[in-house]
Ligand binder design. Structure first.
Ligand SMILES: NC(=O)c1ccc[n+]([C@@H]2O[C@H](COP(=O)([O-])OP(=O)(O)OC[C@H]3O[C@@H](n4cnc5c(N)ncnc54)[C@H](OP(=O)(O)O)[C@@H]3O)[C@@H](O)[C@H]2O)c1
Length: 205
């Protein structure tokens, strides 16, 4: 059992946290609205705790479950409170026109890593999986990118514990391609496949 903190209370936080509770992890929920945070903790059950926004999260793994537009600001606001943490960046970085909002030459995970304390490790994961599909309990593939081997191993082991299959795509630089896959999932959804799908890899040997 590990302790996992979630910053953000939306559909992704709630879907991953529900699976984490089912896997017997200790879950801490952190939102900017205390009432809303208590409401989600009560709805999830399983002893989910309410953390204080901006304080040091209890989890070694901190899932950053806010929109990309707020992510760098949130990490900057946390500052040293995220020292030594494994930050899981689940953000998608595309807008309503399916264009990436990050400037040429950079990508979301890189900007989040730049804003994080030096001792924190950013791992990109979960951004290619829909929240509502995660709630269905299926054994999905979750792509993982990160530079720190130990941090990536710890996120991969967390993912495995949720009944999901972690697939390592390489260092954090590879997160730029995971972010480009975000619009692909919407394109698939809007052009025949529908939103009730997940990307997976078939391995033939
Ligand atoms: N939904 C999906 O299927 C999906 C799939 C893959 C990846 N993602 C990514 O996962 C992340 C979360 O998505 P979601 O669908 O869960 O979003 P959501 O339902 O809109 O929830 C976002 C959460 O972030 C919080 N938040 C926003 N700005 C904040 C700030 N400045 N400070 C503190 N909290 C802030 C919101 O707080 P309030 O409740 O107070 O507004 C809310 O709890 C996004 O980056 C998204 O791109 C989503």
């Amino acid at each position: 059992m590990s302790s996992i903190s979630f910053i953000g209370l939306g559909s992704m936080a709630s879907a991953i946290a529900a699976r984490a509770i089912a896997a017997d992890h200790a879950v801490e929920l952190i939102g900017r609205d205390a009432t809303k945070t208590q409401g989600l903790a009560a709805a999830l059950g399983g002893g989910a705790r309410v953390g204080r926004f901006g304080s040091v999260p209890t989890g070694d793994i901190v899932v950053l479950a806010v929109p990309y537009a707020s992510a760098v600001e949130v990490v900057t606001e946390y500052g040293a409170a995220l020292a030594g943490k494994v930050i899981v960046d689940i953000t998608n970085t595309f807008n309503a026109d399916l264009e990436l909002v990050t400037p040429e030459g950079t990508f979301g995970a890189k900007e989040i890593a730049k804003a994080s304390p030096d001792s924190a490790h950013v791992v990109k994961a979960f951004n290619t999986v829909f929240g509502h599909v995660l709630t269905q309990g299926r054994p999905l593939d979750v792509f993982v990118a990160g530079d720190d081997t130990q941090a990536k191993a710890s996120v991969s082991s967390f993912i495995t514990s949720l009944g999901l299959r972690p697939l390592d795509v390489g260092g954090l630089e590879m997160a730029r391609y995971l972010e480009a896959v975000g619009p692909l999932t919407i394109g698939l959804a809007q052009n025949g496949v529908g939103f009730d799908h997940a990307l997976s890899v078939s391995i033939f040997s």
